[in-house]
Design a protein around this ligand. Structure first.
Ligand code: 3MF
Ligand code: MG
Ligand code: MG
Length: 437
């Protein structure tokens, strides 16, 4: 009997655009060069432990539907060991170089924090052993400060110091094991760091405490020699009515106010951007121009639904414009494209999960090639250089240097005839993008 967890899943290989094999890549060819890097180096795909290994398919109106090899295993630690072996096997078969996890995804909570740490150490030990013979590596770790009822009022913003202290213990341990597994990054997603009502919320105290928590994490990372990149993951709401790290701009203001900019970048999720009323291109663009684009949770929302549906990304327009911003950022550096995504509840087989990752990877491979061609041809850059050309004048340079005055600007147009600025030609630009997809 093979000791494989998913014996029915083959190696997924690149077969090209004409393949009709649902268990093959049509566009993701890891070793294919796009510019000076391979697709694998550009895209740095990652698998989310929580959706792929723990996702059962339940929703508020229905029980689990997923069928998984460990369903008949009752011992939680034995299940944990099978799942850890499972994520190494599945990432290798799918040629996905990384995975991400929350502490409580990979090992069950014990009766005390100390016992939870012990459970975690055992499964982390297994992961370390598996890394000896596998190429799969850890993109980022994080602590789950949102599922347990203790966090009902927040973790790093809890009004209860005992809960804040427990969260500190969990994050300390999660940082330790992320370092132990060679994690490239460490993520903070503040699902409970917000409020249900301002009637019982001291926002200033909560934000000050959140900043203090982050500084303690930065200090601890230095203490243990963890050189991973810290990432905040913006989201406007869900589960809380209001989440403090609402979007890229809000987090930027928080990081700047509390002197955290030198230590923290962003992990930006597509569906969180749309929940915040932005396009993902907006969130990536803002983060890029402010030097805080760190990594991406690559998924897709449903604009007709008001919650984080965490679907696998299939929209080529979105993947192209995302890769355009990422390429203009010089890539994701230590970050990656983590599929924080789950199959729909009726897609209950392991093959469904594999096919979902394949479509996600192929979508970003196509987006990468389209964006790279657009950038190489400079079509949008040339148009915008022309659109902003008037700012290259002496007066435009004086404004940029902070040396111009209102009176001087007024004088430059005081006796001009009526001036009409050039057309924005949005429809022409949209036709260009369509040409490259
Ligand atoms: C919630 C999320 C989270 C975060 C994860 C890492 C469970 O909408 O996106 O996924 O990605 O907690 O911070
Ligand atoms: Mg996410
Ligand atoms: Mg999410």
């Amino acid at each position: 009997m093979s000791n494989e967890v998913f014996s029915n899943i083959p190696e997924i290989k690149f077969e090209g655009p004409d393949s009709d094999n649902s268990l093959a890549f049509r566009h993701y060819n890891p070793s294919e060069k796009v510019g000076d890097k391979t697709m694998a180096e550009h895209l740095r795909f990652s698998m989310a432990f929580w959706h792929t290994m723990n996702g059962g398919g339940s929703d508020p109106f229905g029980a689990d539907t997923a069928q998984r090899p460990w369903d008949s295993v009752s011992d939680p630690m034995e299940q944990a060991r099978i799942k850890m072996r499972g994520i190494f096997e599945l990432t290798e078969k799918l040629q996905i170089p990384f995975f991400c996890f929350h502490d409580r995804d990979i090992a069950p909570e014990g009766e005390t924090l100390a016992k939870s740490h012990k459970n975690l150490d055992e499964i982390v030990g297994l992961a370390k052993t598996l890394m000896k013979t596998s190429k799969t590596r850890l993109l980022w770790g994080t602590a789950n400060l949102f599922v347990h009822p203790r966090y009902m009022h927040g973790g790093a913003t809890s009004p209860d110091l005992k809960v804040y202290a427990y969260a500190a213990g969990q994050v300390r341990k999660a940082l330790e094991v992320t370092k132990e597994l060679g994690g490239e990054n460490y993520v903070f997603w503040g699902g409970r760091e917000g409020y249900e009502t301002l009637l019982n919320t001291d926002m200033k105290k909560e934000l000050d405490n959140l900043a203090a928590f982050m500084h303690m994490a930065v200090d601890y990372a230095k203490e243990i020699g963890f050189d991973g990149q810290f990432l905040f993951e913006p989201k406007p709401k869900e589960p809380t009515k209001h989440q403090y790290d609402t979007d890229s701009a809000t987090v930027y203001g928080f990081l700047e106010k509390y002197d955290l900019l030198p230590h923290v970048k962003l992990n930006i999720e597509t569906n969180h951007a749309t929940l915040a009323g932005h396009t993902i291109q907006h969130e990536l663009h803002f983060a890029r121009i402010n030097g805080i684009l760190g990594s991406v949770d690559a998924n897709q929302g449903d604009t007709l639904l008001g919650w984080d549906t965490d679907q696998f990304p299939t929209d080529l327009y979105v993947s192209t414009l995302m890769m355009y911003e990422i390429l203009k950022n010089g890539g994701l550096h230590r970050g990656g494209l983590n599929f924080d995504a789950k199959v729909r509840r009726p897609s209950y087989t392991v093959q469904d999960v594999v096919e979902a990752h394949i479509i996600g990877m192929d979508s970003f491979a196509r987006g990468l090639k389209a964006a790279h061609s657009m950038l190489t041809d400079g079509v949008l850059e040339d148009f915008n250089a022309q659109r902003y050309a008037s700012w290259n004048s002496d007066l435009g340079k004086k404004v940029a240097q902070g040396k111009a005055t209102l009176a001087e600007l007024e004088k430059s147009v005081l006796n001009d005839p009526v001036h009409v600025p050039a057309s924005g030609r949005q429809e022409y630009l949209e036709s260009i993008v369509n040409r490259y997809i």
